[in-house]
Ligand binder design. Structure first.
Ligand code: ZN
Length: 240
């Protein structure tokens, strides 16, 4: 059954996603946050909104299913102009899953996007950057997502201070100044709220521009329009 599903999806999708980890312009920075929605997410959004900066949040739909308040948060983030990307449904390391369950992780998160926004996600990041060639092809070819890496990833999960997070990020700007930046921080690390404000202040004072991921990559859209292409949930295929 899985092979049949895979074959059918392969026939439906016509447009491939691509891999990106930096902005086109060296003075551009896109801020991205993984693993939300979390109770700290609103604090990050408040800082971003204060500065009028649009970021991207790679979310796990499981959190929204488990907490009704987070549905309100993510809807308002969308209204505020932030982009929502897919980080799979439940944050499993995909290399440890069989092909069927890789598909489920992607599909189940899509259902959240369809239900909340009537779109498919365009931007995807793999939990733990755990993937192989087959998983990469499923994501970019079968689902048509763009696969988003990072070139500024402070080790915030180790519990370092806001100042240490900012120092790490600023050092990347200084030492790798010819490349536009896509940063990666985690919603659940509380120090990121203070670090975000400090990093934005540094960037603005040093002629960097904070842009949406679409602008960073030269894209005109941040989502795949519902049913335009890609896995079609109305084909009668039952992936459960
Ligand atoms: Zn993650």
């Amino acid at each position: 059954m899985f092979n049949l599903t895979y074959l059918l999806l392969s026939l439906i999708v016509l447009i491939n996603g691509e891999y990106y980890e930096s902005c086109i312009k060296p003075n551009h920075i896109t801020l991205s946050f993984d693993d939300g929605i979390h109770k700290n997410t609103q604090g990050l959004v408040d800082v971003l909104n204060n500065y009028g900066i649009k970021a991207i949040f790679f979310i796990n739909g499981l959190h929204i299913v488990r907490n009704n308040d987070f549905e309100t948060v993510v809807k308002q983030m969308n209204i505020d102009g932030h982009t929502i990307g897919s980080h799979t449904f439940s944050h499993e390391a995909m290399e440890k899953l069989n092909g069927f369950n890789v598909m489920r992780e992607l599909y189940d998160n899509e259902l959240i996007f369809r239900e909340l926004f009537n779109v498919r996600p365009r931007y995807f990041r793999a939990p733990y950057f755990s993937y192989n060639d087959e998983i990469y092809n499923t994501i970019t070819y079968n689902f048509g997502y763009d696969f988003i890496g990072t070139n500024v990833m402070p080790p915030d999960w180790t519990g370092i201070s806001a100042q240490e997070i900012v120092d790490f990020m600023v050092n990347k700007l200084v030492t790798e100044s010819t490349t536009g930046k896509i940063t990666l921080q985690h919603d659940k690390m509380i120090n990121n709220i203070e670090a975000l404000e400090m990093f934005i202040e540094y960037g603005m004072a040093n002629n960097y521009t904070f842009v949406s991921l679409a602008e960073c990559l030269g894209h005109t859209t941040s989502y795949i329009e519902d049913n335009k292409y890609g896995p079609n949930l109305n084909t009668g295929i039952n992936i459960n």
